[in-house]
Ligand binder design. Structure first.
Ligand code: FAD
Length: 331
């Protein structure tokens, strides 16, 4: 195998998301993936990412998942409630991707389903592995529960989790009497919602809570997906008016099936513009929907690039070839 100095140098690359944004001068793309279902190997991730890596993402985000309660049938015919974490492995996957592709990774961390002690352990693992980018989130209520409740000893809001990470950056661990501790150096991102978080009574209050996260130490914002760029630009304007000055990275997802016309608004609480939904509903099959969705994503991406956004973040779930076709068109 031919020795490459570039590859050798990149082995030691360790940059923060904010440094990537500064260095990219507007051409940054990043991808987000989910850990595979429990029992599947890391190859599922490599197969998903291999075609995408050609487009040189600045970093790869890996989502974090809580346990879900399920009813399991026992041999005597009765059911017992069991907690199953279907997608574990975020920290390990971040480390595996970083070493396999020499690319920076961003580990998502959530409040829901985890105690502060468990979160601290995950942060210590990330620190040992040289992964110092985290996106801190609250998480949602489990599927069978209507409202979010933190774990006993867990964080309630993303800002509480953010404060825990900031504490570690200042050398404050949960055991206060630890001596000569290492200060971590996490670059922290948070989520923003161009169409408002679904639980918040109004946009002004939601932005107030976002500002609190930034004031507490968040260095950038990644947005929920949106399909109308006007929502993103209006959101950025409201954030700037509220004194939020950090980069706001737009999050983008392709439409690839008719089912998504109802699933996406229900799951993510975002609108599909009439022009897009009309085109999708005219399609004969999902192959045609994918073409419409790809064209829409390309247009959205080009328009955002022209307006000088700090980067483009793609939710790649299940459809890497759609993202590849979009990359071919815009890069
Ligand atoms: P928060 O910032 O805690 O806000 C939640 C709600 O509480 C909002 O309505 C907010 O206005 C309100 N609020 C905030 N602070 C306060 C306060 N101090 N007092 C009163 N109200 C307050 N989920 C996962 O499970 N895993 C993931 O990996 C994941 N990744 C995501 C990535 C991105 C880019 C985005 C946009 C979302 C992601 N989610 C993920 C989903 C996210 O967990 C949910 O949207 C969740 O409902 C809210 O998370 P948050 O961090 O925005 O919460």
């Amino acid at each position: 195998m031919k020795f490459s100095w570039l590859k050798f140098a990149r082995l030691f690359q360790k940059m923060k998301v904010t440094e990537h944004i500064k260095e990219s001068k507007g051409s940054l793309v990043s991808f987000e993936i989910l850990p595979p279902l429990k029992g599947k190997g890391i190859d599922a991730i490599y197969n998903h990412l291999n075609p995408l890596m050609e487009y040189k993402p600045a970093f790869i985000n890996v989502t974090y998942h809580r346990s879900e309660s399920m009813f399991k049938k026992k041999p005597d015919g009765t059911f017992e409630k069991v907690d199953v974490r279907k997608r574990p492995g975020t920290v390990g996957i971040c480390a595996a991707i970083k070493s396999y592709y020499q690319v920076d990774t961003v580990a998502h961390l959530i409040c829901g389903g985890f105690s502060r002690q468990e979160t601290e352990d995950a942060l210590i693992d990330l620190n040992f592995l040289g992964i110092d980018n985290v996106l801190v989130l609250r998480g949602d209520a489990p599927k069978n529960e209507s409202t979010f409740e933190p774990e006993p000893g867990g964080n309630r809001y993303a800002i509480d989790l953010l404060n825990q990470v900031m504490d570690m950056n200042h050398g404050i661990y949960l055991e206060e009497d630890l001596k000569n501790v290492v200060k971590t150096d996490f670059c922290i991102g948070v989520a923003g919602y161009p169409e408002k978080h679904f639980e918040c009574p109004n946009m002004a209050t939601d932005i107030l809570h976002l500002k609190e996260k930034v004031d507490a130490g968040a260095e950038y914002i990644t947005t929920q997906m949106f399909f109308d760029n006007a929502c993103y630009f209006e959101f950025v304007k409201l954030c700037r008016n509220a004194g939020i000055t950090v980069p706001i990275i737009p999050g983008l997802k392709p439409i690839t099936s008719k089912k998504q016309m109802t699933i996406i608004p229900r799951t993510f609480h975002v609108d599909i513009p009439t022009e897009l939904s009309n085109e999708v509903l005219k399609c004969k099959n999902d192959e045609d929907v994918e073409k419409v969705g790809t064209e829409w994503l390309i247009e959205q991406s080009r328009n955002l690039q022209q307006k000088g956004v700090p980067g483009l973040h793609y939710y790649t779930l299940g459809k890497p070839h759609v993202i590849c076709n979009t990359m071919k068109a815009i890069l």
